[in-house]
Design a protein. Structure first.
Length: 222
């Protein structure tokens, strides 16, 4: 069942979208501000986010930036802002589509289906990522060769693999995996990255894919 996170500060709209999506067999969670949306996305890992831009605490474009820092989950903006610059800002930040209020529920659902189809193609690519002698399947959560990863190892690896070539800062990884109170515990990352290299790299002492950028963070190099 596809998991959809709907973010809007209008209670009536949240209720209407929840009912319409649930009636079409989507699993739905809701949030009424940006902070709740970012927290729920990190904890619940939705398959798609529907996002209003005019939130009471954080502007929706900033929420998009926050999500895009660690996930490629499809984002459909649902907003009363109809100006071209608003659309450009949202799409440049990483939104996949933009629907202007008021809207037809049938058109909205068609946009959801179209974005989901495009996402399915991306997910297929994530099912076959080569690291050393191994193939990592982020969708099925498996590694060839009967390699077993712990939940924490999976969490770190998924963030890196979903952002190929991108430097992921140490503080960001620590906050995402362990929480903000651990943002300075860099030895945690060193330990877990060593474990991942031992399990996945051809030569853990000379990693070709799970790269350390000293003093900054880590990078997955395909």
């Amino acid at each position: 069942m596809t998991k959809v996170l709907v973010v809007d500060d209008e209670p009536q709209l949240l209720r209407a979208l929840r009912i319409n999506l649930a009636a079409r067999h989507y699993e739905v969670a809701v949030a009424d501000d940006g902070a709740s949306a970012l927290r729920q996305a990190a904890e619940w890992h939705p398959d798609l986010v529907v996002l209003d831009l005019g939130l009471p605490d954080i502007d929706g474009v900033d929420v998009i930036h926050g999500l895009r820092g660690w996930t490629k989950v499809p984002i459909v903006v649902l907003s009363g802002r109809a100006g071209n610059q608003d659309k450009i800002d949202a799409l440049d930040a990483g939104a996949d589509d933009y629907v202007t209020k008021p809207f037809s529920i049938e058109e909205f659902l068609a946009r959801i289906r179209a974005v989901s189809r495009r996402s399915a193609i991306r997910e297929a690519e994530l099912a076959s990522i080569e690291i050393g002698h191994h193939t990592v399947d982020l969708v099925g959560k498996t590694v060839s060769g009967d390699v077993r990863l712990t939940p924490t190892e999976w969490h770190i690896l998924e963030i890196l693999l979903r952002n190929p070539g991108k430097l992921i800062p140490q503080r960001y990884l620590l906050t995402e995996v362990w929480g903000s109170q651990y943002s300075n515990e860099t030895h945690y990352l060193r330990q877990y990255m060593a474990q991942l290299r031992k399990k996945l790299e051809r030569d853990p002492a000379r990693p070709a894919h799970l790269i350390t950028e000293p003093g900054m963070g880590y990078r997955f190099t395909p």
